[in-house]
Design a protein around this ligand. Structure first.
Ligand code: GDP
Length: 491
């Protein structure tokens, strides 16, 4: 990874495609020197314009004098910029070719093409954002519900970092006292007593555990729930998708097998992004095109957190229905419809990662309840004991609210979502915090038993470092690379 801050980077910062405006962003020590000669202003003005103001002018190719675009350009002097470096943003017309040509001019004048996330990486390396805040930038951009957006914004404003730093501070105080007494025994630094040390350790533990307690829910808000809609053709899968989305995006037709591919859409279920995958069905077919769809559906089902298994209530169960059930069972679905609580004694709201369940849950949907019902409900219940069964009609919308209720209950295990207490949304943060919590707990044991204080400080150090991974103080080069690589170019 390029962690070299001495060069100047450039990239198109707006998404690819055609738009009203597009922005080329340049950051680094030579940003002004690179752009200034490209900008032809009225009256032939050449002095550096005032910082953080828009300057009107044309971008002109220096060698041919060709006018490429009419622009507004912001020259922003360090350190009050996104990267804390000198930054120039050229607002041109939003055509990919125009923007590429402007970017190329900057590259020709000595800028280097920015890597994904490199502007934000620089903001991190220059100390403007810590790592949790830098990650929040990405979350904010990709958030899919208002709740997710609110959580990302909290993180960007430093709420996680604040609490993590507070816990680190408590630990550091204890570590310092222990290490002073070990390093300078002859200099009359008294050996601290357990009773003096434990309040700060316990305070740190409380803080870390409080963050961890909301993490399961937080992750759910951010990552959502992968939900596959499965069933034989024509039972109403696409109609169900539409009902949940309350829109008409998937094609609904009365011909069996029209949804040949998988369709993925995101519905907002009380702030949780529900990634709905409408599948072509997972039964064997000789049609090669349908076969591709079937393979994709199977993959979608395999990776799902939750299955909505749809049958047609107006017909008796068919061999195909049974085969779908068998396949799903073989894939490991058929949970009791309850979240198994992780019994680690520390997460009060239960861990909600549905993948943690012994068997992932299935909700049975008996559709077309507006028609005369011929389906053998008892047989279905026998095949899927414990799975919730809901009668729906996509014509009248009957049962949809009940279905949503069921999904929410399943996910929350009866608890209401509290976005206020769900600060932690990232698995990475959750893992670091869990490690920190384990080490803090482990440090208390030797303290209670009166063992030498080295035993205590080893774990406290490890906890301190684990917390530092959240904010980035102790993040490895590898980790940074992994995180920033997920960003888009130009961010
Ligand atoms: P898919 O192949 O499983 O995706 O099924 P579709 O959603 O394409 O629906 C197949 C047919 O059943 C369409 O003609 C729908 O209008 C009809 N349909 C879907 N849901 C219902 C329902 O609840 N009641 C009735 N009467 N027809 C439905």
């Amino acid at each position: 990874m390029q962690n070299n801050l001495s060069d100047t980077i450039a990239a198109i910062a707006t998404p690819p495609g055609y738009g009203g405006i597009g922005i080329v962003r340049i950051s680094g020590p030579d940003a002004f020197a690179i752009v200034l000669p490209l900008l032809r202003r009225p009256g032939g003005e050449t002095a550096l314009p005032p910082s953080h103001m828009l300057t009107y002018g044309h971008i002109v190719a220096p060698d041919t004098q060709e006018i490429l675009d009419e622009t507004l350009v912001a020259f922003m002097r360090a350190p009050h910029t996104y990267t804390r470096e000198d930054v120039v943003e050229i607002q041109g017309h939003g055509g990919p070719l125009i923007l590429q040509r402007i970017a190329r001019l900057a590259l020709a004048r000595g800028a280097r093409m920015a890597n994904p996330g490199e502007f934000t990486l620089r903001a991190f390396l220059n100390g403007r954002l810590d790592l949790a805040q830098a990650e929040a930038v990405m979350d904010l951009i990709s958030s899919q519900t208002e709740v997710g957006q609110r959580l990302a914004m909290q993180q960007l404003r430093g709420r996680i970092s604040e609490q993590v730093q507070h816990a680190r501070h408590s630990l550091l105080g204890v570590i310092a006292r222990i290490e002073a007494s070990i390093d300078f025994p002859e200099e009359d630094v008294p050996t601290p007593q357990a009773a003096e040390l434990s309040p700060s350790i316990l305070e740190a533990q409380r803080q870390v555990d409080r963050l961890l307690a909301g993490a399961g829910q937080g992750r759910l808000y951010r990552q959502g729930l992968r939900t596959a809609i499965i069933g034989r053709p024509n039972v109403g899968k696409s109609s169900l998708l539409n009902a949940l989305l309350r829109s008409e995006r998937a094609i609904v037709t009365p011909i069996a097998g029209t949804t040949r591919d998988t369709v993925e859409e995101v519905a907002n279920l009380r702030g949780i992004p529900l990634h709905l995958i409408d599948t072509a069905g997972i039964m064997p077919t000789s049609d090669p095109v349908e076969q591709i769809g079937v393979e994709r559906s199977r993959a979608a089902a395999e990776s799902a957190d939750l299955i909505l298994l749809v049958v047609d209530g107006s017909e008796p169960l068919t061999a195909q229905d049974h085969r779908v059930s068998e396949e799903l069972w073989a894939m490991g679905f058929g949970g009791e419809g309850e979240i198994r609580r992780r019994d680690d004694g520390q997460s009060d709201p239960p861990a909600v990662a549905l993948q943690d369940m012994a068997r992932r849950p299935v909700i049975l949907i008996v559709n077309k309840s507006d028609c005369r019902q011929l389906v053998e409900v008892a047989q279905l219940r026998q095949t899927w004991p414990g799975a919730p069964l809901i009668h729906t009609s996509m014509l009248t919308n009957a049962g949809i609210a009940e279905l949503e209720e069921h999904i929410a209950n399943l996910v929350l295990a009866g608890k209401t979502l509290q976005s206020e207490s769900a600060l932690i949304t990232s698995t990475r943060h959750q893992e670091s915090l869990r490690r920190a919590s384990d080490h803090i707990r482990a440090s208390l044991l030797p303290l209670r038993e009166g063992l030498p204080l080295d035993f205590v400080s080893i774990d406290l150090r490890a906890a301190y470092d684990a917390l530092g991974e959240v904010t980035g103080e102790t993040a490895s080069e590898d980790l940074l690379e992994r995180i920033f690589h997920e960003f888009c170019i130009g961010k």
